[in-house]
Design a protein around this ligand. Structure first.
Ligand code: SER
Length: 871
């Protein structure tokens, strides 16, 4: 059975059991401080499990794009080495939100596997939670055991410990006992030798877990205790690629039709052969796996970058490039060429790949290009580290520097060193790495106390689209501590006018006023599991009071102004540059806005002007806000709104229209475009290949911008003696400056010529060498010219010049090539040695080298020592 069919049969099976088929949530998670990537099918349903939101459909089925490369579930370093781990994978899942529980979950899973997919019953094993004697003191899952006993011989039921059979999403959150289903795909001969039961959960590549049925019934609190969830749920996750392996009768995920087309393409491009030698196999698997993770992330709007999720993506891509570079000898970008076959194999199930193919190819190619350059530079740097090494062991800190500053991978460093007969001081490297980790960990570590709940079962309401001030009550609060922010309180209210950070827009600030007039400032507002959380430095004295919650109006207005301008900018770009322009990122602050979009060349000055004029015309047109809340998605799309890739939309959406600009948006906006006053683009540039970024300002920020510019202009005029035409005055100053520069250059040349004559006369004969060591008054470039001029016709000249420029010292050593060879002299080594007198260092070639240092006082001594080299 083809993988496409396996996927659709899974979905159909549960659809027939009245489940609603929903689409995969984005793999890259935005607006959730607790998670960067979807790492399990249940992430998008977290709020239903916790009871924060009620699910509209209590039975759901889907295939979810997952990425396990950070946090609690991280498989990155395994990938490629075995045949069944992946960074990105699909998790097939059926869900019950307070609906059916263990009985149906178990019997349907069995029915699907054995009746629909016709997997041989005797090759299946199931596990049941054995209970735990630790502080949780959990009982064995008798209910699951009894249910399994009805359908499978007891010899195929195994007990599992907490690690394998109690599923927890993270340190906190929903959790519960689980039953895993494992399949043994070994040959009959192998099976006769060792029973599959002995190999379950033993990392055997042919006895693998394919499905995990989790019975969610607890919530793990911050203090480590378990509490019962308000209702019981089912969360199942089946590894799609493993299921395909079983169904297609192959021994490795990489031999299924999910991967083989990609592997064939890698073989074609690189001339490598899969299944020939283990290093090549690992490299090919790494590349085949990683291109999927990277392509899907870019399709979700996450570009490789230097921070956060973007950095994780960059590291994955670089890991693949490096395996190619080292084991497949790929010295040119090649991974971008795999996007085509990936799109052909998965584009039907995931149309985002098809639609964004060109962009994905461009971004991957550009990344490959720049990393290959880094690798080249790294090789040169590593060369110089090796050349200047005083022993056969290379300092781990130096290797760390290469890794940290230049992104040069450590395993490559180790490999090259061993090829050259050196070893790496791994302890030094690990220590440097650990120090850095400690530094960044302690800066980002956050500890959270448990919620103190004041109002049970209170539903939260956001009223901030309509009012900026309202009376509220505290539902719950908790203390959080981090190095960066210190101690803070998180507050949840029954009703709130505060907008939580989201959709690129910053969270509101403001204050709470108690009945006695006490004030607590709200520093930021964010969303977590669909709850609006307010951050405050202090807790109000009387937490059960009724408070007046007031949003900072000024900041809100400025932010709204930038948000509306962002919509107009989006419209303008599609109008001026073309409809290929798509939003790729947006940040709306009170002081500025930033908009990333797809476009393949620089936006010209004329186009930028046109865009600005377009937006300003709509601001002057005083277009009113037309807002529709809670309308069905289809209605919004029919009205002309565009859904963005990588964005998660609910069943109903909010539509924002200003004239012809129509967007799906949860942000806050001005009532009328006239409120924006004016729009000004401040910069345009590239973020990645095919992605441009515009930064712009509106309203008060534009006024400040013009006022500042005006002030600078006034200052310039004043400096130019109040010239009527300052531009003309500056141009004439530049012309004069150029003329003077040329004159000085000529004077210096003349001076050097004279100097050369004088110095040739000063040469001494020392042991048949024409020798001179002297301090001169020239800059380094002048000294270099002087040396080569003086030595032009000589074969036995040795010169050392010292000079002082801007308080710094330089030494330049010149040795005729013939002399250097005959006497085995090396100018580079000489200046390195003499450099210590001027407290510096340097290097160069055997016939010419320079050193720089911070102690001009040492020049005389260095010059004195020079003669020793030829005596
Ligand atoms: N949450 C479980 C897992 O990720 C089942 O979906 O394995």
């Amino acid at each position: 059975m083809k993988s496409q069919e396996i996927r659709s049969q899974f979905l159909e099976f549960f659809k027939n059991k009245t489940h609603k088929i929903v689409s995969s949530a984005p793999m890259v998670i935005k607006d959730d401080p607790t998670l960067m990537f979807t790492n399990a099918g249940m992430n998008q349903f977290k709020e239903f499990f916790l009871g924060n939101t009620e699910a509209k459909n209590t039975r759901v089925v889907d295939t979810q794009k997952c990425l396990r490369v950070s946090g609690k579930h991280n498989d990155l370093e395994e990938v490629g080495k075995d045949t069944y781990h992946h960074t990105m994978f699909e998790m097939l899942g059926n869900w019950s939100f307070g609906d059916y529980f263990k009985e149906d979950a178990i019997s349907w899973a069995w029915e699907l596997l054995t009746k629909v997919f016709k997997i041989d019953e005797s090759s299946l094993y199931v596990t049941v939670f054995e209970g735990s004697k630790d502080k949780d003191n959990l009982e064995m899952d008798q209910e699951a055991l009894d249910l399994w006993k009805k359908i499978i011989p007891e010899s195929q039921i195994l007990f599992g410990n907490k690690k394998d059979n109690f599923w927890e999403m993270g340190d906190q959150g929903p959790c519960g006992p689980c039953s895993e289903i494992h399949v043994d795909i070994r040959s009959a001969e192998e099976k006769a030798k060792v029973s599959g039961a002995e190999l379950v959960n033993m990392d055997h590549p042919q006895v693998v877990e394919i499905w995990n049925l989790v019975f969610m019934q607890y919530n793990r609190k911050a203090n480590g205790e378990l509490e019962n969830l308000p209702a019981k749920h089912v969360d199942t996750g089946m590894g799609f690629e493993r299921l395909c392996m079983v169904m297609q009768g192959v021994q490795s995920n990489y031999d299924t039709d999910v991967f083989t087309p990609i592997i064939r393409e890698i073989e074609t491009i690189t001339n490598a052969e899969y299944n020939k030698n283990e290093d090549t196999n690992i490299a090919i698997r790494v590349i085949a796996d990683h291109i999927r993770a990277v392509a899907f992330s870019i399709a979700d709007g996450q570009l490789p970058s230097n921070t956060g999720a973007g950095y994780v993506i960059r590291r994955i891509l670089r890991r693949a490039i490096r395996y190619g570079f080292t084991f497949l000898n790929t010295k040119e970008p090649f991974m971008y060429r795999l996007v085509n076959v990936l799109t052909n194999t998965m584009g039907d199930a995931f149309p985002e790949l098809k639609e964004q193919k060109q962009l994905i190819e461009n971004v991957v190619k550009e990344e490959e290009h720049s990393f290959l350059k880094t690798l080249d530079q790294g090789l040169v740097l590593l060369d110089s580290v090796i050349n200047s090494a005083s022993s056969k062991t290379i300092d781990g800190r130096k290797a760390f520097e290469l890794y940290d500053t230049y992104g040069f991978p450590i395993d490559l460093t180790a490999l090259i060193l061993s090829e050259r007969g050196y070893t790496l001081d791994e302890k030094g490297f690990d220590a440097a790495m650990q120090e850095q980790k400690n530094r960044s960990r302690s800066a980002s570590e956050v500890s959270k106390e448990d919620w103190e709940v004041l109002l049970q079962d209170a539903e939260q309401e956001f009223v901030g689209y309509d009012v900026l001030e309202t009376n509220v009550r505290l539902v719950k609060y908790r203390k959080v501590t981090s190095k960066k922010e210190g101690k803070q309180y998180q507050l949840v209210f029954n009703i709130t006018p505060f907008y939580a950070e989201g959709g690129g827009q910053v969270g509101d600030k403001g204050y709470l006023e108690a009945q006695n007039g006490d004030v607590v400032y709200i520093l930021d507002t964010k969303k977590e599991n669909n709850e609006i959380i307010h951050f405050a430095k202090n807790l109000p004295k009387n937490t059960t009071d009724i408070f007046k919650a007031v949003v900072d109006v000024k900041q809100r207005q400025r932010t709204a102004s930038n948000h509306t301008a962002t919509h107009l900018l989006h419209q303008a770009l599609r109008e001026v540059l073309g409809t290929h322009v798509e939003q790729k990122g947006s940040a709306v602050h009170s002081k500025y806005l930033r908009f990333d979009f797809s476009h393949f060349s620089k936006v010209t000055t004329e186009q930028l002007k046109e865009v600005e004029d377009f937006v300003n015309a709509r601001i002057e047109g005083n277009l009113p806000l037309e807002e529709k809340r809670n309308i069905p998605m289809q209605e919004a799309l029919d009205a002309g709104a565009m859904a963005l890739f990588g964005e998660k939309y609910g069943d109903t959406v909010r539509l924002i229209r200003f004239g012809q600009s129509v967007e799906l948006c949860g942000g806050t906006h001005v009532q009328n475009t006239g409120d924006i006053w004016h729009f000004k683009i401040k910069s345009e540039g590239a973020v990645a290949s095919g992605i441009r970024r515009i930064e712009a300002i509106t309203s008060d920020a534009v006024k400040d911008f013009y006022a500042d510019n005006n002030e600078v202009l006034t200052d310039i005029k004043e400096v130019l003696n109040n010239a009527k035409d300052p531009v003309k005055a500056v141009v004439s100053l530049q012309e004069e400056n150029n003329k003077l520069k040329k004159e000085i250059e000529q004077l210096l040349k003349d001076k050097a010529k004279n100097l050369k004559g004088d110095l040739l006369n000063e040469l001494q004969d020392v042991n048949g060498v024409q020798f001179l060591a002297k301090k001169v008054d020239l800059d380094p470039a002048g000294i270099k010219d002087l040396c080569f001029n003086m030595g032009a016709n000589a074969t036995n000249m040795f010169l050392l010049f010292g000079a002082e420029n801007n308080g710094k010292a330089t030494l330049s050593c010149y040795i005729s090539k013939e002399l250097a060879a005959e006497k085995d002299l090396n100018a580079g080594a000489i200046v390195r040695e003499l450099g210590k007198y001027i407290q510096g260092g340097g290097g160069g070639q055997p016939f010419f080298a320079t050193a720089g240092g911070k102690n001009p006082g040492g020049i005389a001594e260095a010059l004195d020592k020079a003669i020793a080299y030829i005596k």
